[in-house]
Design a protein around this ligand. Structure first.
Ligand code: ATR
Length: 284
């Protein structure tokens, strides 16, 4: 009989996580439900070290790490992969040759979702123009890192608190530029891509930016997926701009972990997307 492989999502709290739905869908799709599982494992900050340093002998083969442990878990990972080092956060851990390994898959998820939803979004022409990233938190770091990796020649980071955007320019280097979000308009910036990483727009809030005047072929992507169509994306659609929601980033960022723990690279398909939409109570 195959070895039973069990993975987790750990955080504090961790109830909100939709990762078990995603991974169990793939386990079932690949006929692995008899030999694998993926569960929520709440872990208080003072329990983190004991838990992650016993992976391999505590019934788990690895898992996802979420708030508030994404930084703290660095201390226990042998050689964090470059994506994790660049972002200062780890969201996926696994055992390899007896050592705990870790990476951050958010940047991969961001890129894979855009590749899937809007092929050619990263054309040479678009990469030469600026990408505009709204927000300067943890999610913003993953997006900036991914855009630079993909070869964008300029990334404008616009944030309510300018100093946070400036800190990211220092972190990511001369291809980045900081701006106050209140200063952003079609007159000050002509991007090929606009990405919202702020929490504005969540749960039917406001829009972080008025899109009036931006070129009609500007791709607008909101990584918020509750609601799926945020006020920003609704305005993009009304102006005829390509509008891409954030659900795919959540789904694609899970791919690499599943492959590490269960040995199969899974696909993000329409049925999986619909499963999460149903869970979110979204109608399509
Ligand atoms: P995360 O790690 O999820 O990205 P975060 O670090 O709390 O979360 O960052 C949230 C981002 O949303 C920040 O860029 C924040 O702007 P500030 O740095 O100025 O706080 C932005 N944000 C949240 N609410 C906002 C609001 N009402 N108006 C403008 N920006 C907002």
């Amino acid at each position: 009989m195959a070895e039973f492989r069990k993975a987790f999502v750990t955080g504090w709290p961790v109830n909100h996580s939709r990762s078990p739905i995603i991974h169990r869908y793939w386990l079932e799709q690949h006929g692995l439900l008899d030999s694998g599982d993926y569960v929520k494992h709440p872990c208080q900050p003072d329990e983190l070290e004991g838990f992650v340093t016993s992976i391999g002998s505590n019934g788990f083969v690895g898992g996802n790490v979420t708030v508030p442990h994404k930084e703290a878990v660095f201390a226990f990972v042998k050689n964090p992969q470059p994506a994790a080092e660049a972002l200062g956060a780890i969201n996926t851990i696994w055992m390899e040759e007896g050592e705990l390994q870790g990476t951050n898959t958010d940047g991969y998820g961001f890129l894979a979702n855009l590749d899937d939803r809007h092929p050619n979004w990263d054309s040479a022409d678009n990469r030469t123009k600026a990408a505009l990233v709204l927000g300067a938190g943890g999610a913003s770091r993953a997006v900036i890192y991914a855009l630079l990796e993909r070869g964008f020649s300029k990334v404008v980071i616009a944030n309510r608190t300018l100093t946070r955007a400036q800190q990211l320019v220092e972190r990511f280097g001369p291809r980045c530029e900081a701006m106050a979000i209140s200063e952003v308009s079609a007159d000050t910036c002509a991007p090929s891509l606009i990405v919202n990483t702020t929490s504005i727009g969540m749960n039917d809030g406001e829009s972080p930016l008025d899109l009036s005047g931006f070129a009609a072929d500007t791709i607008v992507h909101d990584i918020v997926y509750t609601p799926l169509m945020t006020p920003l994306l609704k305005q993009a659609e009304s102006l005829g701009m390509p509008a891409i929601d954030g659900l795919g980033m959540l789904l694609h960022q899970a791919v690499l972990g599943f492959e590490k723990w269960f040995g199969v690279r899974p696909q993000v398909d329409d049925a999986l997307r619909q499963l999460i939409l149903d869970d979110l109570g979204e109608t399509t």
